[in-house]
Every structure is written in C-alpha cells, then in structure tokens.
Design a protein around this ligand. Structure first.
Ligand code: PMP
Ligand code: GLN
Length: 387
C-alpha cells in the first residue's frame, strides 16, 4: 500500500462497506444514515430553479451571501446567538468538510484534541491527517453521559481543542444544557477551542431541546459550531454544510477549506437557505416524524432480544448484541445479520479509537430514518430470524 501512513489505520469507511453489502445482498439498509424520501418541496424546487436560472458556476469562496445570511438568521432564531454573515459564517462541502477544515486549519503536529468516543469516523482521521492526537473520553452505556471529571483529567499542556458532538452519533444521546455549559467552562479555564458538531440539531425527541454550544457562557468566542442541511432537509447527497464562530477561528478553517474543495454546490446553496427559513412547524415535524420511526423500530429490537439503549435524538439507536450472541463481535454479527436476516446495520467498534475498541465490541447501530414500510420489512425479517 502506498497510502500516507497517517491514513493507513482507517481503511475504507464502514459506511461504504456496509452500503455496498446491502446492495449486493438486497438487504434492508439500516446502516448508513441517509433518509429514503425527498426533503421539502420548497427546498427541492429552489434548487431546480437555481439550476434553470444559470447558478451553475463556482459560488464565492465563503459561500453565497443568501445562504450565509440564512445561517446567521437560523442561529439567531433558534439559539439567540448573533454571527456576522460576512466574517463569522463559512459554507462548506457538508459538515464533513467543515470538520476537516476546522481541524486542518487549527491543529499543529503533536497538538491534542479531547474527543468523546464512540465518534463519527472522520474526526479521528482528520486529527491524524493534521499530525495531531485524539485523546478519547469513553461514553459508556446505558446512559452514554460524558464524564466531565475525565475531561478535566484529559487536559494537558498540548491540548488545543475539545470536539463535541451533540446530538450524538451513534448513540442518539443529547448532552444536557448543564453538560454543555460545563464543557464550555472547562474550555474557558484552559483557553481551549471548542469544535461543536451539531448536525442533528433539529432531530431531537421526547420534548427535549438542543442548545447550541455557543449559547453557554464563555463559549461563543472560542467555539466553531458545525452543521449541515443534509439531515434537517433530507438532502444528504447535496453536501451543503457550514461552520459559525468568531472571525479568527472561521478564518483558520477557511484557510484549509479553500484548498480542499474551494467551493461546492452553487444551486443547492439558495435551496438550503430557503429550508433554513421554513416555519417552526417544519422543524418540529421532522423531529416528530423521526420519533415515530424510532418507536416503530425499537420494540422489534427489544423483542429480538437486544439490549436497546435509549435514543433521544439523531437517526440512530444503539443496541448490545451480547444477550443473543454472547462473545460475538459487532462486525461479525452485522455480517451474519446481513446474510441470514437480510438487514444491514453498523458495528459501533469503528467509532472508537484502537485503544478503546473493546468498549464497542458488541454494540451495533441501527438507523431509523427510513420509510415506514422499509422499517416494517426490517422488523419482519428480524422477527423471523433465529440468531
Ligand atoms: N457529523 C456527524 C456526527 C454525522 O453523523 C455526519 C453525517 N454523516 C456528519 C458530521 C457529516 O455530515 P455531512 O453529510 O453534511 O458531511
Ligand atoms: N452520517 C451518516 C452516518 O453516520 C453517514 C456517514 C457517511 O456516509 N460518511 O451513517
């Protein structure tokens, strides 16, 4: 292999691997987190009109003004936080590029980043690409609450940033306002940057509410808030994301981002701007709809015999397979379930650092962002299966 040694440990992403397997086996894909219905008509129509009206060339480097203004307005409307659309908002190729831009733009070799694992797989890879190190804090079932004393202990002279993801992939845990405020306080005490991945900000259930990290005292001036239109508007293939923060941090991310994609998705930018301005009823409806799908899937997972951990947000629910397949690893279990039951899920061990992989060994993530009939089919297949 000729791959850069910094990337070598990460191989092919599990999402590509499991989605390919689902196609090969004609299995129900509850693995990779993407919806199987289109987003709101207003958003789709705006993109079509934009293409027809000739918005098909490079947009401006920081993103189109209409979208930057819509993002700033969205942060004000939902979180009461003000950003200057010119200097404090950057449009990116999905949240994935916002994460890459932030980490590559800010980190130097041997810097350390405190992360909570399990974690979205691009964090570790980008931290490693920057030559920096992940310092993981393990979130443990059943509650997956962050151990904030462990965060304090993890901070040393080389710590540059804390990377937070709430609502949390893959567990569906929502950090409380107190937990977020404590992380903000720790970061302030140690003069650390916070990178706050909030892509599931609107997908929160059971009457709970997400608070942006930037709302908490001391946080706004040291936090890059990252989000994306993909989850909220069911347009994951458009890859329109963004980050917001103080101009110096946004500038650092922009310095790296301009050499990654430079720009992307011109006709999709006004469309996501349109989406961000939809009425409150749209955002509440997306959450309600996903909550119903969670409630459709979870009883079957319990009936099959999994230990199911509560999910109060995102597209995902995590289960422990140990009660029905003692000693079996999640990856092996997922491959068997795909072949024998025709249902694909994601083994959570890929969301852990190598040193803590055993913490996720028997855990598996199911996505419920699918049509009701697809979830029903998965439930029927799982109900028939004798693991
Ligand atoms: N962060 C988290 C926690 C995610 O689950 C995802 C979705 N894969 C992303 C970032 C990336 O979002 P996008 O598709 O907008 O790049
Ligand atoms: N965020 C989605 C997930 O966690 C998709 C990730 C991807 O395909 N890179 O499943």
């Amino acid at each position: 292999m000729t791959v850069n040694p910094r990337l070598a440990p990460f191989g092919t992403t599990i999402f590509a691997e499991m989605s390919a397997l689902a196609i090969e086996l004609d299995a129900v894909n509850l693995g990779q987190g993407f919806p199987d219905t289109d987003g709101p008509t207003e958003v789709l129509d705006t993109a079509v009109e934009a293409i027809r009206s000739g918005l098909n060339q490079y947009p401006p480097g920081p993103g189109m003004l209409v979208l930057r203004q819509a993002i700033a307005e969205h942060q004000r409307r939902f979180y009461g936080v003000d950003y200057d659309a010119d200097s404090e908002v950057l449009v990116t190729a999905g949240a994935t590029e916002a994460i890459a831009g932030a980490l590559l733009g800010l980190l130097q070799p041997d810097d350390e980043v405190v992360v909570f694992e399990p974690m979205y797989d691009s964090y570790q890879a980008c931290i490693a690409l920057a030559g920096a190190r992940s310092v993981p804090i393990v979130l443990r079932p059943p509650g997956y609450r962050p151990d904030l004393d462990a965060v304090r202990r993890a901070i040393g002279p080389r710590t540059k940033a804390i990377l937070v993801n709430s609502p949390h992939n893959p567990t569906g845990t929502l950090f409380t306002a107190d937990e977020m405020a404590t992380i903000a306080r720790i970061a302030t005490e140690h003069n650390l940057i916070i990178i706050s991945d909030e892509v599931y900000e609107h997908l929160v259930f059971d009457g709970l509410r997400h608070h942006s990290m930037a709302e908490h005292p001391g946080a706004r001036e040291r936090t890059l808030v990252i989000s994306s239109g993909g989850k909220t508007f069911r347009t994951t293939g458009w890859k329109i994301g963004w980050l917001c923060g103080p101009a110096n941090l946004v500038g650092a991310a922009r310095a790296a981002k301009q050499f990654l994609t430079y720009v992307n998705g011109a006709p999709f930018q006004p469309a996501i701007a349109r989406g961000l301005g939809l009425p409150d009823s749209y955002f509440a409806g997306v959450a309600r709809d996903l909550q119903e799908r969670r409630d459709q899937l979870v009883p079957t997972l319990r009936a099959v015999g999994f230990d199911v951990f509560a999910s109060s947000s995102t597209y995902f629910v995590t289960v422990d397979v140990a009660p029905i397949a003692p000693g079996t690893g999640g990856k092996e279990f997922c491959l068997r379930m795909a072949r024998e039951a025709g249902v694909v899920a994601i083994p959570n061990e890929v969301f852990y650092t190598a040193q803590n992989r055993t913490a996720g060994r028997s855990l598996v993530r199911f996505a419920f962002c699918k049509r009701r009939e697809v979830i029903a089919e998965a439930c029927e297949r799982l109900g028939r299966w004798k693991p």
